[in-house]
Write a protein that binds this ligand. Structure first.
Ligand SMILES: CC(C)(COP(=O)(O)OP(=O)(O)OC[C@H]1O[C@@H](n2cnc3c(N)ncnc32)[C@H](O)[C@@H]1OP(=O)(O)O)[C@@H](O)C(=O)NCCC(=O)NCCS
Length: 175
């Protein structure tokens, strides 16, 4: 059951948010996928992707932007966007919604929608025609959320987590 989130707000991140993004990234990734993966695979992926150094490197890239949602006096979720080169099947300037993660306690509230609205507004403001993302084909909750927003499938790709190969759908939203 989602908590009521009182007056959530979205902040554009800077280097000052590196520790927050590392912790929020690691804990929401763990909450989402630990049931389906070995502890070892989870730990090694988290160490590689959500270490302070990894986040610092991401923040230093001009193509990458993070936004974090706050509410009830804590950080509740984030979105990571990345400007990309041409993507097969998309004819026009494109930005990737690389990650959108909301803490379990705030899922089902307005936080995810606010993060998505921010991603859409940011993508448009940078002159993009498409927002695209990859989502695990068995992540039914995320798929339902993207469908409600208006995303449509245009391809597939694979994603490796430790030993496991996961099949992703590629989804696009015309901005
Ligand atoms: C994906 C995510 C950002 C969506 O945010 P959310 O707050 O859960 O969004 P919603 O509550 O609006 O849920 C979206 C839809 O999912 C469906 N849904 C809700 N609970 C569900 C459940 N337990 N199982 C399956 N579908 C469910 C519903 O269709 C819901 O639509 P509704 O509001 O019409 O009922 C959020 O669930 C999340 O952070 N998940 C973990 C991280 C993740 O998977 N990120 C995406 C990686 S690609």
């Amino acid at each position: 059951m989602a908590v009521d989130v009182i007056a959530p707000k979205i902040i554009a991140c800077s280097w000052k948010h590196q520790a927050l993004l590392a912790e929020l990234g690691a804990s929401t990734f763990y909450e989402t996928y630990s049931d389906q993966n070995s502890e070892e695979d989870m730990r090694s992926y988290i160490a590689k992707t959500y270490s302070l150094t990894a986040i610092e490197n991401n923040l230093a890239e001009s193509a990458v932007s993070y936004f974090v949602a706050y509410g009830n006096e804590k950080d509740l979720g984030y979105v990571k966007l990345q400007e990309v080169e041409a993507i097969d099947g998309l004819n026009g300037k494109t930005i990737e919604l690389e990650k959108i993660y909301v803490r379990k306690e705030a899922q089902g509230s307005q936080v995810a929608k606010m993060l998505m609205d921010t991603a859409i507004a940011y993508g448009k403001s940078k002159g993009n025609k498409f927002l695209y993302l990859g989502v695990w084909q068995e992540n039914y909750r995320a798929l339902a959320f993207y469908k409600k927003i208006g995303f449509e499938q245009f391809g597939t790709r694979q994603f490796q987590l430790g030993e496991r190969i996961c099949d992703d759908f590629l989804l696009k939203l015309e901005l």
